[in-house]
Design a protein around this ligand. Structure first.
Ligand code: NAD
Ligand code: IPM
Ligand code: MN
Length: 357
């Protein structure tokens, strides 16, 4: 049976790394006899907005809801459309309306890549950020009052529901249980944010009772960011609210050498709605159009998608191919962000060929 995958490349380098993501998936499909049917959509990009006055058509939910997965590139082009309009009008709607409440973001120092942290080797940095993905600081509760006057006030509430907090914590504890170190770190800020964050801590402590074999610790987000840099080897599964998880999932990959390789899975674990797979990075206007973006974040996101669809072996073959090409360190193949002189295509092609076996 064919797996139907909706493809939305988006903006900037999203449109450059997406073909490499598909090339790699097609190589995996060929080798492992998978039937992947890709359908490309133009919406969810700033060019679509300029033409239609909105990021998505009114019936986007109907159009996408029966796909088995969504494969996204990156969205946003601030010179064309303000970011809060393009992002709230697309990606953040997918996450919320499809109840993709888990944002799973691996951070792994790969062989052949130099960490900016002195003396760190592959094996020293290998953890997951589990980010709450539908509520928290990213809420639509708030507003502007007395607009345009000296008394102008803007307000945006943080929302934490018990269901929302518990379900992301449960996912993170369950993930920690599958890992050899069985360790979970909670990102908090309950010393300064005195209502929502103590609540988060309370729910962590409650959930921990059900997982006596998991070693649990917590750090306030300020020192936690410092510890990512100073002691990345301390971490195994790190769980955080929407905003904290966002920040940690750029910092983590930066510690592994480049944000260009970092993948993510926006998951609706119940499978009621499609999950969405995309690199952590954005549309990178500073390098867009040059063909030099690193495609690994997109390709690795494709591997996470295959795992989600039940194809563990094919998914592992994709990650192994990424590792193999990085280990070989051929500078003609690798992109600039990891010290090479190659481009998006040379790296994408090399990985796809390796996936082919
Ligand atoms: P960004 O991730 O686009 O870029 C940050 C820096 O990392 C840039 O210097 C860029 O060149 C570099 N970079 C990113 N991806 C790379 C890759 N694959 N290879 C090599 N270098 C890479 O973040 P930004 O500049 O803050 O945002 C640009 C736009 O993207 C904004 O509109 C923003 O809102 C949007 N954005 C979208 C997503 C998403 O779609 N999930 C994520 C982050 C940012
Ligand atoms: C990410 C991005 C998005 C987020 C932005 C573009 C809205 O930074 O996927 O990490 O904050 O979630
Ligand atoms: Mn981010």
């Amino acid at each position: 049976m064919a797996h139907r995958i909706a493809v939305i490349a988006g903006d900037g380098i999203g449109t450059e790394v997406m073909p490499e993501g598909i090339r790699a998936l097609e190589a995996a499909a060929k080798r492992f006899n998978l039937d992947l049917a890709f359908t490309t959509f133009e919406f969810g990009s700033c060019d679509y907005y300029l033409e239609h006055g909105k990021m998505l058509p009114d019936d986007w939910f109907e159009q996408l809801k029966d796909f088995d997965a969504l494969f996204y590139g990156a969205v946003g082009w601030p010179d064309k459309v303000p970011d809060h309009i393009s992002l709230w009008g697309s990606l953040l709607q997918f996450r919320r309306q499809f109840d993709q409440y888990i944002n799973l973001r691996p951070c792994k120092l790969m062989p052949g890549i130099k960490s900016p942290l002195a003396g760190r080797e592959p094996g020293d940095i290998d953890f997951y950020v589990v980010r709450e993905n539908t509520e928290g600081e990213y809420s639509s509760v708030g507003g502007k009052m007395f607009a345009g006057t000296e008394r102008e006030i803007v307000l945006q509430e943080t929302v934490m529901s018990r269901i929302g907090v518990d379900r992301v914590l449960k996912y993170a504890f369950d993930l920690a249980q599958t890992r050899p170190r069985k360790k979970l770190t909670s990102a908090t800020k309950s010393n300064g944010i005195s209502i929502t964050m103590p609540y988060w801590d309370e729910r962590v402590a409650e959930m921990a009772k059900q997982y006596p074999d998991i070693a649990v610790d917590k750090f306030h987000i300020d020192i936690l960011t410092a510890n990512f840099v100073l002691h990345p080897d301390w971490f195994d599964v790190v769980v955080g609210s929407n905003l904290f998880g966002d920040i940690l999932s750029d910092l983590g990959p930066a510690c592994t050498g480049t944000i260009g390789i970092a993948p993510s899975a926006n998951i609706n674990p119940e499978g009621k709605f499609p999950s969405l797979f995309e690199p952590v990075h954005g549309s990178a206007p500073d390098i867009a159009g040059k063909g030099v973006a690193n495609p690994i974040g997109q390709i690795w996101s494709g591997a996470m998608m295959l795992e989600h669809l039940g194809y563990k072996e094919a998914s592992e073959a994709m990650v192994n191919a990424i590792e193999a090409i990085l280990s070989e360190g051929n500078s003609q193949v690798l992109t600039r962000d990891i010290g090479g002189q190659g481009n998006t295509r040379s790296l994408g092609q090399a990985i796809a060929e390796r996936i082919g076996g």
